[in-house]
Design a protein around this ligand. Sequence first.
Ligand SMILES: *[C@@H]1O[C@H](CO)[C@@H](O)[C@H](O)[C@H]1NC(C)=O
Length: 405
Amino acid sequence: MTKRGMDTFHLIVLPIVLLCCVVGICGETEVHGTCTKDDGVDCGSTSSSLEVSPIITKLDGVEVGHVQDVILGGKTHQMTTLSMKPQVLEIKHFLTDEECDHVVRLAKKDGMFDSVTNTPTKSGSVKVMDMNQDTALSLREFILTIENSFDIYLDEDDMLKMYSELGMDRNGDTEISREELHGQDPKSVIDWLTDYVDKRPYKKSRMSRQAWLYPSKIHDKILDEIQERVVSLVGLPRILIDKNDEFQVVQYGPKGHYHAHWDSGSWAEKYPCCHHVKSGARCKSCRFMTVLLYLNEVEGGGATAFPIANNETFNENSFRMSGKINLHRHCEDANLVVPAEKGKAIIWYNHHLDPTTGWVGEMDSFTLHGGCGVTSGHKWIANKWILVSDKRDKDLDPNFKPNRA
Ligand SMILES: *[C@@H]1O[C@H](CO)[C@@H](O)[C@H](O)[C@H]1NC(C)=O
């Protein structure tokens, strides 16, 4: 979202949130748009051609701790299973130090830009988190409301600062009652929040810089070799990788992070996949697989955390209530924490397979993950997403040109 978009969004959404609370209907409201033909795509359901044999497969991690040899470009690598739910596999020294340095150089040469989060559901949804429906917002509930509606992650001290600077909490009980909200100009809250995060960008869900590298455009021998190694590793039809060949190189500076999120979206979302529509159209990111490459040794912090790996069930609300989405504060509370190590690759599957179609199925919620805060130095990584849509024929058609990131 652009800064301007964000501001407009603040102006529209917060009054709605506050208004809801004032009239006493603080509940959970989700507003979703609908898929229209204007997006330039058809919004029909997934086609399933049962007669086609499955051609999407996953590597088998067997069990946690299992180590298997994989031969890539004539060199034997060891692949270790870190987790089975979701399946996360690790290959140390997947890249040489020289290759890592080279990719960083390419990204710097290309130019790094501030990362913006592009979460389609964020812009269209308002979640007012009066969990106990008492028409007053506790500190925790107000924090969650701001997290969900504005993508801003405050802690209790930040909130108390806001209450005191705006004179919001008149009786000093740290709850914002209906009466206290009533006396508050929503604009003052929005202005305060805008100013506060402008000065503290690490309060946003993501703070990093990035560049996109396209092997097919830059014709770089080393990048091509890395691409080839990824193709050999994942064992998927190479056309999927050739058609969407980009690497996203990300640099996290001090306090840089990316709070817990999913790389892909729910299959139930009736939007087309982003790689099948013109940029700007409403779409879902269809990232079947994530290949994450660590490009340097980080001085402090910067691990990748999977907060709910191996949990028995997943409940989004209970997760949000726990506050563990914030990986500045809760990195070590995650169920799986993978330290950054130069040259290491970790891979995981953001989606299940659909046994009836042999193609990609629903997203795997347990892949929720993020980048923990960098406490000192910088962290460089490259992400490679293997995009697969619910339209098998388009994905496999060499003449169907996807949209580029
Ligand atoms: C983890 O699993 C337990 C047991 O099924 C469940 O009660 C809890 O809500 C789960 N945690 C999250 C964050 O979903």
